[in-house]
Write a protein that binds this ligand. Structure first.
Ligand SMILES: CC(=O)SCCNC(=O)CCNC(=O)[C@H](O)C(C)(C)COP(=O)(O)OP(=O)(O)OC[C@H]1O[C@@H](n2cnc3c(N)ncnc32)[C@H](O)[C@@H]1OP(=O)(O)O
Length: 424
């Protein structure tokens, strides 16, 4: 019988850990989708296997304090691994709380389905708890894997398209600011500042990993023919950047795919920036169609067009999956839209949630429950991106008192849908 050991890796095991990851071996790391869905980062088809030089380079990135890899060794061979990255998540009320982000997870194909991930996950979640991280999160390569560990989808994203010919705006707009095309080096300065401001306001947004924006400066042409990145910024009347977009004009030999403007990133702090940036992108000369991926599910643009149906939803997908590791700590970290008191039975714990716009207290109680749910449902509800009624109708939540579902929804619902443009 094999001996399995699960533990953090040492510095000189970094390359061995990398060797289990799909992209290093030329295997797929996402379900097959058009590369445009990933907004430029083609995860399919698989790339060529990494060279020793690539591994040397990547190994440095594994040995940093914010990247905490755990690996499973079978009879001494490193056969699977995963890592927690330390990031922050904006929760309702604006607090940016520590999130243990699960990433870079893989088990060698010849060692799968024998419980290695289960053991690695349990070690990683214990590590998060020890560090006081009461939330863990991930983006799932497949929807069937992570529910068993208590994770559930909490934010969602859309990919939509608009035919340029259909993109008439309802009202005229005079821009008090200016639009400017800038180079990658300037964009690498703009994006970190802009994203910090955006994530302070957007529930569900995540802090970027170190180095997230440095690649913008060097540019580089992706191998998939999607062409160079173009950087557009909007400045307000004082000249301060209040919005930016990154787009490409990919070439395709397929006439149906020609003339596409592909929006890879878009952020704005003001209505003026939002309207002005989309105004240009939706009416870019010599293009036929705009495709935008990783967009929030409550895209206001739809309501600004004379024909709201012109914005055609092409794909909808879960984005951030949350795992609540400490129920009272998580519920006390956010604020609530109404003032109410509910008893929630979450798995085997029963909690009295006394919540309001200034925060909440959440204490153990033996009062009868208003609702029962598991930590998975609480993860989906936590940021307000899923309705309690939807989960009750799918038999995932049971309500015992009148209006308990609508009262819970009223408490949790933020003004805007939770959204994270940045992942890990
Ligand atoms: C957050 C991220 O990093 S997403 C990236 C995830 N990585 C990948 O998708 C790369 C390709 N896949 C793999 O490397 C592996 O299949 C992993 C990492 C997903 C799973 O590793 P394994 O060691 O095989 O998982 P393990 O044997 O611990 O399985 C635990 C449970 O999950 C189930 N499971 C594991 N993988 C899958 C899957 N792909 N689909 C459905 N169920 C799965 C197992 O059947 C098992 O079920 P049980 O609890 O009912 O017994």
């Amino acid at each position: 019988m094999s001996i399995v050991e699960v533990r953090p890796i040492t510095a000189d095991e970094a390359k061995e850990y990398l060797r289990v990851l799909p992209y290093v071996n030329g295997f797929p790391q996402e379900e097959p989708e058009p590369s445009a869905w990933y907004a430029g980062q083609a995860a399919w088809p698989p790339q060529v296997p990494a060279t020793e030089a690539d591994l040397e380079r990547h190994a440095a990135g594994v040995q940093v304090d914010w990247f905490r890899p755990q690996a499973a060794f079978v009879d001494g061979k490193l056969a699977g691994g995963s890592a927690i990255v330390s990031v922050e998540l904006t929760v309702p009320g604006g607090r940016q709380v520590a999130l243990g982000g699960v990433t870079s997870t893989a088990v060698l194909p010849t060692y799968r389905r024998r419980g290695l991930l289960r053991q690695i996950m349990s070690a990683m979640l214990a590590d998060c708890r020890e560090r006081g991280e009461f939330l863990a999160g991930l983006s799932a390569s497949e929807g069937t894997i992570y529910g068993r560990y208590g994770f559930a989808p909490a934010t969602f994203q859309h990919r939509w398209e608009v035919q340029r010919a259909d993109a008439a705006f309802r009202t005229d707009f005079t821009d008090p600011g200016t639009l400017d095309l800038i180079d990658g080096a300037a964009a690498a300065e703009v994006w970190p500042v802009l994203h910090e401001q955006v994530r302070a306001e957007r529930v569900g947004e995540i802090s970027p990993l170190p180095g997230k924006w440095t690649g913008l400066a060097s540019g580089g042409l992706p191998a998939d023919g999607s062409g160079p990145a173009h950087h557009l910024v909007h400045r307000d009347a004082r000249g301060v950047v209040d919005g930016a977009a990154i787009f490409r004009l990919p070439w395709s030999p397929d006439a149906a795919q020609a003339g596409v403007l592909q929006v890879e990133a878009f952020e704005s702090l003001t209505f003026d920036a939002y309207r002005a940036l989309w105004g240009l992108l939706l009416d870019f000369d010599l293009t036929k169609r705009v495709v935008a991926a990783r967009r929030p599910v409550d895209e206001p643009l739809r309501w600004m067009l004379t024909n709201p149906r012109a914005l055609k939803l092409k794909l909808t997908r879960d984005n951030l999956w949350l795992r609540i590791l400490d129920v009272p700590a998580a519920l006390e970290a956010r604020t609530y839209a109404t003032t109410d008191t509910l008893v929630l039975e979450v798995d085997s714990g029963r909690w009295l949630l006394d919540a309001g716009p200034d925060g909440a207290s959440c204490t153990a109680t033996d009062r009868p429950a208003d609702l029962t749910l598991s930590v998975n449902e609480l993860g989906s509800l936590y940021l307000g991106g899923v309705r309690a009624g939807e989960l009750a109708y799918s038999n995932r939540i049971t309500a015992y008192t009148p209006n308990a579902l609508s009262r819970l929804d009223a408490l949790l619902r933020p003004d805007r849908a939770p959204h994270n443009a940045v992942g890990f």
